[in-house]
Ligand binder design. Structure first.
Ligand code: CA
Length: 422
């Protein structure tokens, strides 16, 4: 049987012509030469080589070692490059030039596709925030009084954003010793009554299934970006795993929020899907039940939500299917909020959604919620977990509705836990 060309995709391939996500790869023959690639089916187009071979005006942007120069070029350039890539992959006239520039995905090493500038993490799922509130503040309101008035977030650590596949070393730090009787601790996961902390490997290592938005075009200082500026500044999105050490986090977070319980590692997918590919997935966010200040008010705006169906697997067993469409705060509102005080945007800024949890227990996006603070066992086939053990592998995948019933696949983000450094 003749071998099929990598340019002839099976019907309905989630990485088909409507998707065209960007990444950065090296080949075994040139392990230090990073190149921009476009994923197409189970192959990757060497976009820099294609641009050079076709004398593209974008050869310099596509010949870079990261996506940052392309992202900085702005939306008209993103649209023009995307149209050109689509032409290379689908126009038969280009086939003799393009076919030799397609690499099987499995032969490549994938790298962090962007140079991360700042990293911000939000807290945009009402279901997640309410579940965590019920666990951490059982006697108070599930949501804090500010929650429905502004998208809550914190600044994370850009330097420890890692590409999918990077092993995650179990972090060490201060945490309170576990309560003597685990069942007695269920109503108080923070162990607030314990006297003094101990130092050691985290005993409550968790994942958080999130969606990250990547800033392309920068914005000047003292110039807030309105909701309508979202598409001019945001280049694309991808899956993100915000690894979280719950015991370190619950001891350190008051009063300034997450710090070392989060900053040891954040995994980003190797493929950034352009926003344009997700146009058919745009959807209205949930109804707002509190009037919003004008800079956040999206009641008359275009729909800024995205219908992304996420799946979380631990060691190959699916344990949750979070729905991104249930997120209360949209990325456009997060961008507007992040800049409303005059803070500028830089190319490569990443802002993540916060844990994606839907209304149903099967849609919860982290083990903290799935195990209800360690009270309940989460089934993994014949095995169970409350939090992650050494050797566990967490994989997030997702798809979005595309045109004419097609699916747009998002690049996976995976990582496995290795023991704490002795
Ligand atoms: Ca998070």
């Amino acid at each position: 049987m003749p071998q099929r060309s990598p340019l002839d995709l099976p019907e309905g391939d989630p990485f088909g012509p409507h998707n065209l996500p960007y990444g950065v790869f090296t080949t075994p023959h040139a392990p230090h030469l990073r190149r921009i690639g476009v994923r197409y089916g189970s192959h990757v187009l060497d976009a820099g080589a294609a641009a050079a071979a076709t004398a593209s005006p974008y050869a310099e942007l596509l010949g870079a070692a990261t996506l940052n120069p392309l992202m900085a070029a702005g939306r008209p350039a993103w649209q023009a490059v995307r149209a050109e890539v689509l032409d290379w992959l689908t126009n038969p006239a280009h086939r003799p030039t393009i076919e030799p520039l397609m690499h099987p995905l499995t032969t490549l090493a994938l790298h962090l596709p962007i140079e991360v500038a700042d990293y911000v993490d939000f807290y945009a799922s009402e279901h997640h925030a309410a579940n965590v509130g019920r666990m951490f503040r059982p006697d108070g309101d599930a949501l804090t009084p500010n929650w429905k008035h502004l998208p809550i977030g914190y600044h994370g650590r850009a330097g420890t954003v890692l590409v999918s596949g990077t092993p995650i070393v179990r972090p060490q730090g201060q945490h309170l010793p576990p309560a003597p009787d685990p069942s007695a601790a269920s109503s108080s996961p923070a162990h607030t009554s314990s006297p003094a902390p101990v130092f050691g490997p985290s005993l409550r290592l968790d994942f958080e299934a999130e969606v990250a938005f990547v800033v392309g075009a920068p914005s000047p200082l003292n110039t807030p970006v309105p909701l309508s500026g979202f598409h001019d500044h945001v280049f694309g999105l991808c899956l993100l795993n915000d690894w979280s050490a719950r015991d370190i986090q619950s001891w350190e977070y008051r009063p300034l929020g997450p710090f070392l319980g989060k900053s040891f590692a954040t995994s980003l997918a190797a493929w950034i899907t352009p926003l344009e590919a997700l146009a058919p997935a745009r959807t209205a966010p949930p109804a707002r039940d509190v009037p919003l200040l004008p800079y956040l008010d999206d009641s008359a705006a275009e729909p800024f939500g995205f219908d992304l169906r996420i799946e979380v697997a631990v060691n190959g067993h699916t344990i949750s299917r979070p729905l991104f469409s249930a997120m209360y705060w949209t990325a456009a509102q997060q961008l507007a909020h992040m800049t409303v005080n005059g803070a500028s945007l830089r190319t490569g800024d990443v802002f993540a959604s916060g844990t994606v949890s839907g209304p149903r227990p099967t849609e919860r996006g982290c083990l903290l919620e799935l195990s209800w603070g360690g009270r309940d066992q989460v089934r993994l086939g014949d095995d169970t977990r409350t939090f992650l053990e050494d050797g566990d592998e967490v994989t997030l995948t997702a798809w979005a509705p595309g045109p004419h019933g097609a699916r747009i696949g998002l690049g996976e983000v995976s990582g496995h836990v290795v023991p704490a450094t002795p």
